[in-house]
Design a protein around this ligand. Structure first.
Ligand code: SF4
Length: 381
């Protein structure tokens, strides 16, 4: 089994927190589609003809893709890859493009899972984040998706935002969970390199840490509130930031966490084939030039056994199921397995549970997942 990711690198404007690669000019838009299809042609052997179980079009703002262009992309996918009959086909969408007609077309074309970036249901916060939609548009988008026949809808929310009170966060969560959704992803507002937020902080002289939550105490408080509200809903937490009605967990993301190979197409997209990771440069101009020269120029990194082991720990511990120790032993060998057991013994027992051969983090441990993973990492020497 394998996955296919397509990066659509165009947006109408830049949100303040965003570090995803996207451009706000459509100068290269017309040239992007043939380049993408050309890349499928050049790299279709990467997945060794294994069936594609998930397709994910992310961005950028994929809901800016017109129906005819999306049809060409999908036709090319089916021409170049062996797509499973029950493929999970997700597309990210921004509320402002989620009209009834657009969503009906997406459904007819074969998209069967929609991930709508609503981020907040408070207009003041949406404005602060630099989003171009309102809370009312976000609600309409979800309702339109439901009416268009989507029965697998995910929402993205952001927490840890300084101008939002706990009461407002509770109200937004309650409103979001009343919508006809099956899945929710919630992320803390972090300070990412190349984001507008970081430039703003630099200009103001506000202290910050790269890759950290904007306000760690607030993020933790909001996260705890989120977990308590989720508990009263039909959704279950299955990964630190992801919640779903049972049976609606994202297969695509779950495959990232369990090490299934995937091919990423488009500028900045990453690919993984069990022993190495490759990525396209984050430049639409270079991407088009590269595809015109018929030779994909990729940056690649061979992953050692230790790299793959550390990654399996990091990603596995973010999931509620945790990691299967027998699998770790089989995949990475006795030395790393026994090192892991020794390191687990050094952890605070309140951070984890060990049931048969499954090692997972407790609720308290999940708050410290990255820190605990680092304690379990093995270094190359
Ligand atoms: S968050 Fe999404 S819509 Fe906003 S700039 Fe980034 S990719 Fe574009």
């Amino acid at each position: 089994m394998s996955g296919l990711y397509i990066h659509f690198p165009f947006c109408l404007s830049k949100c303040i927190y965003c570090s995803f690669y996207s451009v706000i000019s459509d100068k290269y838009l017309k040239l992007y589609y043939p380049a993408l299809i050309h890349e499928m042609n050049l790299r279709n052997e990467y997945l060794n003809n294994s069936p594609v179980e998930t397709i994910y079009i992310g961005g950028g703002t994929p809901s800016l893709i017109h129906e005819a262009d999306l049809r060409s992309i999908i036709n090319a996918i089916y021409q170049h890859f062996r797509v499973s009959e029950n493929v999970e086909f997700t597309m990210e969408a921004n509320p402002e493009q989620c009209t009834s007609d657009y969503l009906k077309n997406l459904k007819n074309i074969g998209v069967n899972r929609l991930s709508i970036g609503i981020q907040s249901l408070n207009n003041q916060i949406l404005d602060y984040l630099g989003r171009k939609h309102t809370a009312e548009m976000a609600i309409d988008a979800v309702e339109n998706a439901c009416k268009a026949g989507f029965d697998n809808i995910s929402l993205d929310l952001i927490y840890g935002i300084p101008l939002r009170s706990t009461q407002q966060w509770i109200e937004e969560l309650q409103k979001a969970l009343k919508l006809p959704i099956q899945h929710l992803s919630a992320y803390a507002l972090t300070i990412e390199e190349n984001s507008i937020l970081i430039k703003r902080f630099q200009k103001e002289g506000t202290p910050f840490h790269y890759g950290k939550d904007q306000d760690e105490d607030l993020a933790l408080r909001d996260f705890k509130t989120l977990l308590s509200i989720i508990e009263e809903s039909p959704l279950n937490q299955y990964e630190i930031s992801n919640f779903a009605i049972p049976g609606f967990e994202s297969i695509h993301n779950s495959n990232y966490w369990n090490g299934t190979p995937y091919l990423g197409l488009g500028p900045s997209a990453h690919s993984f084939n069990s022993h190495s990771r490759c990525w396209n440069k984050a430049s639409i101009k270079q991407y088009i030039e590269t595809m015109n020269s018929s030779e994909p120029v990729l940056e690649c990194e061979e992953l050692s056994n230790i790299n793959r082991f550390n990654e399996a720990i990091l990603l596995g511990l973010r999931t509620i199921k945790g990691i299967n120790l027998t699998d770790i032993q089989k995949k990475f060998g006795e030395v790393l397995f026994h090192q892991l057991l020794r390191n687990i013994e050094l952890l605070n027992p309140e951070w984890y549970q060990l049931v048969q051969d499954r090692f997972s983090l407790s609720q308290e441990g999940l708050f410290l997942a990255d820190f605990i993973s680092e304690k379990l990492f093995v270094t190359e020497d």
